[in-house]
Design a protein around this ligand. Structure first.
Ligand SMILES: Cc1cc2nc3c(=O)[nH]c(=O)nc-3n(C[C@H](O)[C@H](O)[C@H](O)COP(=O)(O)OP(=O)(O)OC[C@H]3O[C@@H](n4cnc5c(N)ncnc54)[C@H](O)[C@@H]3O)c2cc1C
Length: 394
């Protein structure tokens, strides 16, 4: 079947959905092709699906009338009306406290940070996209495409579709990036990260909170919900092997130094701190946004926020270009502006890995950062960076 749209968006993750909404809001016809048949996944639901929203993302969702539609941020306390002694965030697993932060620097009526759930965010964005007339086809993973001077022909699940532009929002393993002639430059991983739901025989053997040991990090966010970082140069993740109960238990015992027993494993996924970024976000009529354009460790939670910023920057510029209302170089300013911010976020994640390294140097750095983050200036600096308030205040 051949169809013609202004834009085909690859991927109905949060970034693809928000971009589709922005384009449709600006009068563009949008077809979204999504590989997954079913949008639901336990990994998108709490607690695995928890995603910290920073100040610029909160402002975007508020401006588009979407923040009020989200229940999870209301349920998971507003840090600014909740207890002031709570941990405000972390850098490399080192907490910084609300009590230490000079909030007077950022006068705003909106919260500067909120907790959201991936499943709910996608559901809210999907609903808005459909209201705005975006066509979403699921079970339609893009397998290839060709661009010419007028547009792009895209092949997905035995169908082809035609549009003026193709935007790859198809995540870290983006087919659009890999087949679109984009260079993906950066650094290789130092660890495999694990997120898992398990039953312990003896959970109370593990210390509460985020524990950085001489061999890595473990964190039980709720009973049975486990996060690990194993400094194996990303070797396990790269094998693509499924996480078994025996493997996870062995890794946890090695990292924690505790003979804890995992009785059952319900769900598990792995990730790494590989940090790579497309050196160009545009190749002719093909563009990249979100994890398709940049990947890094999820430490401190910045990837989604970065992608939301990409979608907001690209949406109006691409729409204005399509409607013939933009100067010739407007679209290229998308790369210039967003690549710079992306590079900063990648470095933020690399710095955290350096401070978490289970080496004498890493431990020495960790102790210094811990001292700095306990000061008012230190906590305020880290809050400003993690919440993205730098971007609001310039
Ligand atoms: C454990 C963990 C915790 C995190 N915590 C935070 C946090 O607190 N804050 C934060 O800002 N970020 C966080 N992140 C990062 C954040 O989840 C990602 O940056 C964000 O999901 C990127 O959104 P996206 O839409 O670009 O990509 P994705 O969410 O990966 O969506 C891509 C979509 O494209 C689809 N797709 C893939 N291939 C194709 C294809 N060939 N054709 C069509 N569709 C395709 C996929 O099915 C998917 O639906 C975390 C990540 C992890 C792993």
């Amino acid at each position: 079947m051949n169809t013609s749209h202004h834009v085909i968006v690859a991927g109905a993750g949060p970034v693809g959905l928000l971009l589709a909404c922005e384009l449709a809001l600006a009068g563009c016809s949008v077809l979204t092709l999504e590989k997954a048949e079913d949008p639901h996944s336990p990994l998108k639901q709490l607690p695995f699906g928890i995603r910290g929203l920073s100040a610029p993302s909160i402002e975007v969702l508020h401006r588009r009338g979407l923040l009020d539609q989200m229940e999870v941020p209301k349920r998971l306390q507003n840090p600014f009306t909740g207890k002031r002694t709570r941990q405000a965030g972390h850098f490399a697993g080192i907490p910084f406290e609300f009590d230490n932060i000079d909030m007077s620097r950022w006068p705003t009526d909106l919260p500067l940070s909120l907790l959201s759930e991936m499943a709910e965010l996608e559901a809210v964005l999907t609903r808005r996209a459909l209201e705005l007339g975006v066509e979403i086809r699921r079970g339609a993973g893009i397998t290839g495409f060709e661009q010419d001077s007028d547009g792009v022909t895209v092949y997905a699940a035995g169908q082809s579709a035609r549009a003026g532009w193709l935007v790859g929002c198809d995540g870290g393993r983006s087919v659009v990036r890999k087949q679109g002639g984009f260079e993906f430059a950066g650094t290789e991983p130092e660890f495999t990260g694990y997120s898992a739901k398990v039953d312990f025989l003896d959970a109370d053997l593990l210390a509460p909170g985020r524990v950085v040991t001489e061999r890595g990090m473990y964190f039980q966010s709720q009973p049975g919900y486990l996060n690990l970082q194993d400094f194996d140069d990303g070797a396990f993740h790269q094998t693509g092997a499924p996480v078994t109960r025996e493997h996870l238990q062995a890794v946890l015992r090695r990292i924690s130094g505790i003979e804890v027993t995992i009785a059952a494993l319900h769900v598990a996924t792995t990730w790494t701190d590989r940090a790579r970024q497309a050196t160009q976000y545009r190749n002719g009529r093909i563009l990249l946004a979100g994890d398709a354009a940049h990947i890094h460790a999820p430490l401190g939670g910045q990837g989604l926020n970065l992608g939301i910023g990409d979608a907001m920057n690209l949406g109006w510029k691409l729409a204005a270009t399509i409607h013939g209302e933009a100067p010739a170089d407007l679209l290229d300013s998308y790369h210039a502006e967003r690549h710079t911010i992306g590079a900063k976020v990648l470095d933020w994640s690399r710095a955290q890995v350096a401070v978490m390294r289970p080496t004498p140097e890493g431990r020495a750095l960790n102790a210094i950062f811990r001292d700095l983050m306990n000061t008012r200036d230190g906590a305020t600096y880290f809050a400003g960076r993690v919440w993205g308030v730098d971007e609001l205040t310039g």
